[in-house]
Unconditional design. Structure first.
Length: 398
């Protein structure tokens, strides 16, 4: 399928606005990185704790942050997720020992600040929204027996499993204990015991991710190594497949894409975590493939001895691959935008890196890699071509 047929756009003649745009984005991104002391790494690379908390009625981010600061030192980030009642709470940790207690500290701080009504109903009551299945079974075993509800161990486990399934089906929360009346195994007598012994707190902990500082530093170094190894391997491959100047041009363009993407993340104050690194590696391959397609067409046209200067051949090759570039980049861009808009918080960094990288990578294949190739070829030909003085000397000798 061809969208553009027999186009004759002078891409190389229009390269300077895009080159200056690249310079501006690169300088702005690097300046932001220098001012901020490097990228804003997520807990994958810095170490720390990330807690996903869902509230029945979500407090403000400021209230959550203030509650946590009473027991936890250091930077605390609270990120509200859309219009839901869910928040992501992240905090760094100076050492591994601090990480061992940070989860309990975070839960205790939230419990004290936002479960006051639950505690006023009786401080000894068990929070059914933060309890695991085993803990709930242990807490109910004796009270059920005292109330005359004789359940086998298997029946008790089945009961707590059913309560857990109900809770999971409702975003991890039991809003009111009376809502458990329809759960299999919850008879009126069992429900009465649950209401006497338990309370439905205002929040639940959906997940907790903890990464030690040493592991985070190791992951950060490995991520840098992976990106550099990928670039080096592609340089070797293209130099072998084409010529060394093609490889250098392609790698500079891909490095340009990576630097600008990381710089924009810094400007937007976005975290860089493992999903963003995965997106960057995806973009390295994507941008390199796009550049190779153009370079391959340039090589074919050179073999066919197409008339014109090398600039003309490069322009012709870009025009010949333009339909393929627009179709591939356009469809991939639409997919990345859909992920960014509807993929949720977990995929936000990954999809944003793809959106930025596809835009930057597409124009860099045309307006960065190709001009570098032309400049490099002109430079090498200028060095190998005999000068005017040398030609005169050669004629005199004859």
């Amino acid at each position: 399928m061809e969208i553009f047929k027999h186009t004759k756009f002078d891409f190389l003649g229009k390269k300077w606005p895009f080159i200056w745009l690249s310079v501006a984005l690169t300088v702005a991104g690097l300046a932001s990185l220098v001012i901020k002391g490097g990228p804003r790494y997520g807990i994958d690379f810095n170490g720390g704790a990330l807690m996903d908390v869902n509230f029945i009625k979500r407090p403000s981010a400021e209230a959550i942050r203030a509650a946590l600061h009473q027991t936890i030192n250091g930077e605390i980030e609270v990120q509200e997720i859309g219009n839901s009642q869910e928040v992501l709470i992240s905090t760094g940790a100076r050492d591994d020992r601090a990480l061992q207690i940070v989860r309990n500290d975070m839960i205790a701080a939230l419990d004290g600040a936002f479960n006051a009504a639950a505690h006023s109903a009786g401080s000894s009551k068990f929070d059914i929204n933060t309890a695991g299945q085993a803990a709930l079974a242990d807490h109910l075993r004796e009270p059920l027996t005292r109330a005359g509800v004789l359940l086998s161990e298997d029946a008790l486990q089945a009961l707590t499993k059913a309560i857990g399934a109900y809770r999971d089906a409702h975003s991890g929360l039991v809003a009111r204990l009376d809502d458990l009346a329809g759960v299999p195994g919850v008879t009126p007598q069992v429900l009465n015991v649950i209401k006497q012994e338990c309370v439905a707190g205002n929040f639940t902990i959906r997940s907790v991710e903890i990464v030690g500082p040493k592991i985070g530093a190791d992951l950060r170094q490995q991520a840098v190594n992976v990106v550099l190894i990928a670039l080096a391997a592609m340089l070797v491959y293209i130099a072998f497949r084409f010529e060394w100047i093609y490889g250098v041009s392609a790698v500079i363009a891909v490095f340009h894409d990576t630097i600008i993407t990381i710089g924009i993340f810094s400007l937007l104050n976005k975290q860089i975590d493992l999903t963003v690194i995965a997106a960057l590696l995806t973009l390295v391959g994507y941008s390199m493939n796009d550049t190779i397609v153009t370079f391959d067409r340039i090589r074919e046209n050179l073999k066919m001895q197409v008339r014109g200067s090398f600039n003309d051949i490069v322009n012709l090759s870009i025009n010949q691959t333009l339909s393929r570039t627009v179709l591939t980049s356009g469809l991939t861009f639409l997919t990345a935008v859909s992920l960014f808009l509807f993929g949720g918080q977990v995929l936000n960094g990954f999809s944003l890196a793809l959106v930025i990288g596809i835009i930057i990578g597409t124009y860099s294949s045309i307006f960065v890699a190709s001009p570098i190739l032309v400049a490099g070829r002109n430079l090498t030909e200028g060095r190998t071509r005999p000068s005017g003085k040398s030609l005169k000397t050669a004629k005199a000798v004859r």
